[in-house]
Design a protein around this ligand. Sequence first.
Ligand SMILES: [Fe+2]
Ligand SMILES: [Fe+2]
Length: 165
Amino acid sequence: MPEKTLDVLFHETLKDIYYAERQILKALPKMARAAQSADTKAAFEKHREETEGHVERLQQVFEIVGKRAQGKTCEAIQGIIAEGEEIIEEFKGSPALDAGLISAAQAVEHYEIARYGTLKTWAQQLALNEAALLLDQTLQEEGATDKALSKLAVSAANVQAKNTA
Ligand SMILES: [Fe+2]
Ligand SMILES: [Fe+2]
């Protein structure tokens, strides 16, 4: 059995996030369609475009390590996305829908931030400097998205409060 070194772990985690990003790419249009406010829709649509870039960067990282771009089923992201779908079902037509969608999207971002933070550090340790740079670019975008969603969450909750006052 080959030794399970850090580069093996790096490659396995790369497959995990590659799978996750492609699932996210499918989930974001559904969330944009479900969202009630124009701002929330726009935020999801903007991040869908960014996510296309995340998939492309991962393909570049696979190339750098000389591996085929390939995903590995990640049950964690499946569960997080399923929670978002549950919110769409259960809060359809309710004033709290957008607040729920934003919270689901932030759970996705936090998953991604955890993965990219780890992968970037490992890439640095493996002296894969170009890969580390690519992973960091995506990490920055995930962080910025999370912050934008936090702001949106406050206004979405305000709208909800007004509607129910
Ligand atoms: Fe992403
Ligand atoms: Fe993201």
